[in-house]
Design a protein around this ligand. Structure first.
Ligand code: ATP
Length: 235
């Protein structure tokens, strides 16, 4: 039998008002994979995640998750189907404690992680249980933002540049966490500009440029494609 993708995005187009920014994005994500969307600033990576989630509503094309077409579904329905989005800006509430921030998203599906399980994944967060969001380092905020979406019970995680602005040692921790989540059966779409980091965690990469997926690279082939990647990423 042929393997069915968990998520299939076809000819996805999206607009901000009159501004047409996605011009036909195509990619598949198979169960248990970590797939990245690589591309330079403004290529359309974040917009792709927001369109898949239904946060950006002016869109067309097809987004099929677990065999269901989600293109006309509202964001809350898409979340309930089991996709969770961790935005680049993290969305930590500064006046709330770590524990309160973790409790914010409802468990929308059975099987969401308990707060204890999230603390097992991120022991530093446990030490900061009662700290306010504002008192956390960038790395701790990122861990909290990822931990929080694990409560929802979603099995597909969309992570928008989790390494942005973080120190190398924290980036390594995020990388180990992603590997651990993959081992536990999560399927992950990771938006990255840092392909060095991406290559340590991903199975496959899609290159996004000017609102389209322009290339697909297996992680094993990344070294052979360095020149091309440099050109796409402008590094
Ligand atoms: P980045 O790493 O900067 O987030 P990206 O690849 O995720 O890059 P997008 O954020 O998806 O890129 O942006 C794609 C295009 O849409 C860019 O031209 C950007 O200027 C434009 N854009 C993004 N957000 C908005 C918005 N809220 N309103 C209007 N245009 C936007």
């Amino acid at each position: 039998a042929t393997r069915q993708p968990l998520l299939a995005v076809r000819n996805l187009e999206a607009w901000y008002g009159e501004s047409h920014v996605l011009h036909g994005v195509n990619f598949n994500v198979f169960p248990g994979e970590v797939v990245t969307l690589l591309g330079r600033n403004g290529a359309g990576k974040t917009t792709t995640l927001k369109s898949v989630m239904g946060i950006l509503t002016k869109r067309k094309g097809s987004v099929v998750f677990q065999g269901k077409e989600l293109m006309h579904a509202p964001a809350r329905y898409i979340a309930r189907e089991g996709i969770a989005f961790c935005p680049e800006e993290r969305g930590i509430f500064s006046s709330l404690s770590v524990e309160e921030n973790l409790m914010l998203p409802p468990q929308v599906k059975p099987g969401g992680m308990s707060v204890e399980q999230i603390f097992d994944l991120f022991p530093n967060l446990k030490e900061r249980l009662n700290s306010q969001g504002t008192k956390l380092s960038g790395g701790e905020q990122q861990m909290l933002a990822i931990g929080r979406i694990l409560r929802t019970g979603a099995k597909m995680l969309l992570l928008d540049e989790p390494t942005e602005g973080l120190a190398p040692v924290i980036i390594q921790h995020i990388g180990r966490t992603i590997a651990q989540l993959k081992n536990e059966g999560f399927t992950i779409v990771l938006v990255e500009q840092n392909f060095r980091f991406a290559s340590t965690v991903a199975d496959r990469h899609y290159v996004v440029d000017q609102g389209r997926v322009v290339d697909e690279i297996a992680n094993a082939d990344i070294e052979a494609n360095l020149e091309k990647l440099h050109a796409y990423l402008g590094v």
